[in-house]
Design a protein around this ligand. Sequence first.
Ligand code: URP
Ligand code: ZN
Ligand code: ZN
Ligand code: ZN
Length: 455
Amino acid sequence: MSLLIKNGTIITATDTYQADLLIEGKKVKTIGQDLESEGAEIIDASGKYILPGAIDVHTHLEMPFGGTVSADSYEAGTRAAACGGVTTVFDFAIQNEGQGLLETINGRDKLCAPQACVDYAFHVAITDLRAEVLEELAVAVDYGVPSFKAFMAYKKSGLMINDAVLADLLEKSKEVGALIGVHAENADLVESRTEKFLAEDKTSAWYHYLSRPEFVEVEATKRAIHLAKSLDAPLYIVHLASAEGMAEVTKARDEGYEIYAETCPQYLYFTKDVYKRENGRNFVCSPPIKGQESQDALWDGIKRSDISVVATDHCPFQSEEKDWGKNDFSKIPNGCMGVENLYPYMLSEANKGRISFNKVVELCATNPAQIFGCAPAKGSIAPGADADLVIYDPQQEFTITQDKMHSDVDHTIWEGLKLEGYPIMTFSRGRLVFKKGKFLGEAGWGKFIKRSLRK
Ligand code: URP
Ligand code: ZN
Ligand code: ZN
Ligand code: ZN
């Protein structure tokens, strides 16, 4: 099986050039001028861009959370991913109390493997760092899972680990070459502010924001960075959403520390005002979306390359579940949708001139692949790499509406957003999985990616 994509403009993190691209089987075989290949199927990509498939390193598929399970199964979430140009998703395997790391990974893999429509990997969220689990970190790294997550928030649900445990985890990660991602919010402040507002009968979604405003995130971000610096351990901050947190990341990077920050499209597009809307609860995620100053700082961080990754934190819940919190913001399951919107939104911003297309590829594909150990097979376009590709039409206008999305969720926070340009085809290891609005993939196609250490 070979496929020849002719006359397209290839865009990587570093280059933009016109060339033909030959796919043989699951890999990119050759890139060059006036390529020919007998028997190959030919796609004319004149006027179109050819991009590496995006890698969404932050999704929560069918995750037990907030008194329910996030609404997209592995099948629905990876189907939506394919339709948004995402060819690899990283999901969080959450360790239950008493579980080992491989047990946690294998438990989720068993669920995911028969459903995955695109390739996938796991980070393990550590909740129970017993001595034997600390020792098992090296085993998980060898198994191809070199990244772990620590929640500094969600105390009541048992996900949170304390600072002493976080410090142990950071120290060990340095020893075994792993990378620790942190959800940085001050759990005690969240808890006390939530209780106070509810006692005062302040129950709307706006108080979700006020229970965890800027300083609540900033304090934990600074604490995590301080610990990582003190222990000389690398650190990855997930879903960074605050200006002051951004400043702290920049400072640490300028001092030479290996600190990475990820932000999400919802923090780049919306502001905290969404929580005053009638449907504000649909936007409830943690950390909450902040003010304009934070949004501006995140974009500046992208331009300075102090934000390394844009990923989604895709963790949607149905309207009915969001409605549990109509009269009590603390009962709203936390999380929003985004896996199908990440690449189209970021590429549309590039198309409008805000950043370059190369920058979007860097943030959504190349950096994620390098930081999380799946380069060079993933994250770029080069001979020998997996043929995970997106063909993008910069002329196509697209308005996001729920009925055009491919997940199982009954609403989208992105409803009505007008995009300039849209993906028209997605290939997962050479296989066409999305074409002009239609999902063409198959559950069980996606493979678990055994990762190496970051480059
Ligand atoms: O609200 C969110 N972000 N839900 C998903 C879990 C997490 O904190 O990443
Ligand atoms: Zn989080
Ligand atoms: Zn800098
Ligand atoms: Zn998350």
